[in-house]
Design a protein around this ligand. Structure first.
Ligand code: COS
Length: 380
């Protein structure tokens, strides 16, 4: 057992830290205020190799590991959780292509997504199919050498701007979740459109849209993996995605503590820094304990994945605890900062808003308890 990051991981961590501080932090408040996604930052991250960290170089990736990817997401989330979320979520579909795609699909779809500054979207959720992902109704019926897609997807990050979107649709509707398949749809395909950018509580610097498919014809060679295997494939991809959410939670929690320490040491009330009041100093202690526990969970889940060992349960544990820790630390930091933390001039209120989605997206905390309980009890 070795708790030391490798030399390469330390270099990536430092590069991500410098980039996040110098280039992301100065823009974060404005992106949030304007509800704007920054293509420019995404392109910069592609140039730095951050958009394909844990992918092989032969497909445009950087040849790193999953811990390196988690480190990048963590550093970004400290400065702008929206940017971290976009980076993390847009790697789900490339991971699916790498894991389930044919050689031709990997060569065609991966390089523009991993190093070309293009986004990929992951479209599973529908208005009536959130936690119950198997209730999806979008269809993709075979017609000659095409699938014809009809239906809609919601809450899709980067859906309007993505070059490639992985859509989960019923190729054999009568079979329910066993008739669900995964299909790659390219931007500009006739019959494929996006709704307005959603107005959200937090993560406002990432774009979320609804997607519509109306007699959208997609060539059959855009089917990813085997027909009818879309649902378990979506579940496997969500296992990967959940390590990313856990890393976002770690970054948000660390930033909350960082801001709190400065404030506890500098804000004077009753003639002394408020950190000298035991009741308030203990908040910092509690945040630190949870952050270090979370760090262990995130890096372990990432390490398991890189080592090609089962990581589904560990990813669920890390994601659940990551969401809870981010929310706890952001809320505690707001309490420490009092009225000042409630104002938009300080980053605390943004951390507070940004943290909240972590308990909901890529599987709610309740779904995670279900997945964890099944794993612990050996039910699945
Ligand atoms: N990896 C591989 N396969 C998996 C899997 C995983 N992590 N989890 C489930 N599967 C497989 C199962 O083995 C089962 O296959 P078989 O029928 O061949 O045995 C199939 O998928 C169905 O699994 P299950 O019976 O567990 O499905 P449920 O309908 O009970 O759904 C939950 C389980 C609730 C866990 C699932 O729907 C879920 O994760 N929901 C949340 C969805 C989500 O995160 N949405 C966010 C989208 S992105 S913002």
């Amino acid at each position: 057992m070795d708790f030391q990051l490798s030399e390469e991981q330390q270099l990536i961590q430092q590069a991500a830290r410098d980039f996040a501080l110098k280039e992301v932090e100065p823009k974060a408040a404005e992106l949030d205020r304007k509800h704007e996604f920054s293509h420019e930052l995404f392109k910069r991250m592609a140039d730095l190799g951050f958009t394909g960290t844990c992918f092989p170089e032969e497909y445009g990736g950087s040849g790193g590991d999953d811990i390196s990817k988690a480190l990048i997401v963590e550093e970004l989330a400290k400065r702008c959780a929206s940017t971290a979320a976009t980076l993390s979520i847009t790697q789900i579909t490339p991971y699916g292509i790498l894991k389930f795609g044919t050689e031709a699909q990997k060569k065609k779809f991966l390089p523009p997504l991993l190093s070309g500054g293009n986004l990929a979207a992951f479209a599973l959720t529908e208005p009536q199919a959130g936690s119950d992902a198997a209730a999806a109704r979008t269809t993709a019926l075979a017609d000659g050498d095409h699938f014809v897609l009809n239906g809609n997807k919601c809450f899709i990050t980067g859906g309007a701007i993505a070059k490639t979107t992985l859509v989960f649709a019923l190729t054999e509707p009568e079979k329910g979740l066993r008739g669900m398949s995964a299909i790659l749809v390219e931007k500009g395909t006739p019959g494929f459109s996006a709704g307005k950018v959603e107005d959200k509580l937090g993560l406002c610097g990432s774009e979320t849209v609804e997607l519509f498919f109306k007699d959208c014809r997609v060539p059959k060679d855009h089917l990813l993996g085997a027909p009818g295997k879309g649902f378990p494939m979506a579940m496997e991809l969500l296992d990967f995605a959940r390590i990313g959410v856990a890393a976002q939670g770690l970054g948000i929690a660390e930033r909350a503590l960082e801001e709190s320490v400065t404030y506890l040491n500098n804000r004077v009330q009753f003639g002394k820094p408020i950190g000298a009041q035991q009741g308030l100093s203990w908040y910092a202690a509690e945040m630190k304990v949870r952050i270090e526990a979370l760090r262990g969970l995130v890096y372990k889940a990432a390490w398991l994945k890189s080592a090609k060992l089962p990581f589904s349960l560990d990813a669920a544990v890390a994601k659940y605890y990551g969401a809870e820790t981010a929310c706890f630390c952001a809320d505690t930091a707001l309490q420490i900062h009092g009225g000042y933390g409630y104002m938009k001039d300080m980053p605390i209120e943004r951390l507070f808003r940004d943290s909240r989605l972590l308990k909901i997206y890529e599987g709610t905390s309740e779904v995670h308890k279900l997945v964890i309980a099944r794993g612990v009890l050996g039910l699945k």
